[in-house]
Design a protein around this ligand. Sequence first.
Ligand code: GLU
Length: 449
Amino acid sequence: MSGQNVRPIRVRFAPSPTGFLHIGGLRVALFNWLFARQQGGVYLLRIEDTDLERSKREYVDSILEAFAWVDIISEEPVAYQTQRFVLYKTYIDRLLDSGKVYWSDPVDEENGQSVIRFRLPKERRQISFNDLIHGPITFDTDQLGGDFVVARSDGTPLYNFVAVVDDTEMRISHVIRGEDHIPNTPKQILLYEALGAAVPEFAHLPLILGPSGEKLSKRDAATSVVEYRAAGFLPDALCNYLVRLGWAHGDQEIFTRDEMKKFFSLDNVNKSGAIFDMAKLRWMNGVYIRQRSAESLANSIHEQVDPDFLKKCSSAPYVWSAAQVSHALELYKERVATLVELRDLVIALHTLPSLLPPPGEVLWNAKSGALLGNFVEHLGRLEELTVGTVERVLKSVCIEHEIPLPVLAKPLRYALTGQVNSPSVYALVVLLGYDEVVRRINHLRSIVE
Ligand code: GLU
């Protein structure tokens, strides 16, 4: 088959709504979408819902929601196969008339009911296609398991048939899908030929593998896109991770959407499966989180993770302002891999004092309370709390008492955060403000003294 394709570029992602959108599915959709963007083509979504028993509206909704979230949108109205049965029937009738498909003899069928089968060529022959990822692939008609079923006894058409009708009607130029569909391709090519329709180009993407090297399963990692959304992954980070899984552009890791669109090419897609690496996805998500403003992180936490986030931050005893919440997000975004972790750290900072366990001896000695008291006195005299002024005060108290910085900074950090590690204590003092710092210090002293 010639590699030169003069047809307008039109691609589609065609999920069956028998479950939530899988990250493998998102990756296939993303590759289709990028290919369309790269080539100046059109990306379409088709819902393959002909399996009435297993398809559910709930899954359709969730698939649409997942694509809205990652902003991969069909450029023409979404096609639903269940709305196209009349069309399929005209195609079946045409093939029945020309004898290319036939009603089988019921006695030959397992359940004793006649079905419509495709008549394989009498002479054994080879069916070849040039897969844009795997290269030339050839099947023998012998390998197809005999005349295959295209419609059930009640006339409902099956996957291979409807996919070919739809890809023809939708003028799909390139079928880009998971490599588990390679065995369907020769059957589909025979159907295109029978219909006298143009055969699209095919590109079969390697699957995402779990650590064991088997197809990624629920046992290895969350597999549905909605789970990643709820766990606080950003859509751009997830897409960036998925595009890099089995595709490379030099050794660049972080791609904006525009860069992905510019550089994407099927030529650079690996032939072999790619192993899903949660640590890398988490790293990448952290990179994207750090690029986001506090306001946009607050919005994403609200939308994806916790609609009550802001309410929690402004509830008693510490009524934080929006600016304080933003400040906390800015400080903690440096230290997290997901929005859930970010939410948890900010909420923990907010609600901490009520939960504060007594500090250990390393943090607290007989003088700590008085030192903190002295720090607070100096703090109260400051006209303005900034990282610089707070730092100066803290250092001058240490000099006055002839102690190394950590002797004061550690109990202070503990009073403010309940942790031994945290963002800069100076910044935390500024964020919490004088009154809250005093209350937190007094609270800690009341526990210890
Ligand atoms: N509905 C099929 C699936 O979900 C689509 C296969 C194809 O893209 O042709 O696997």
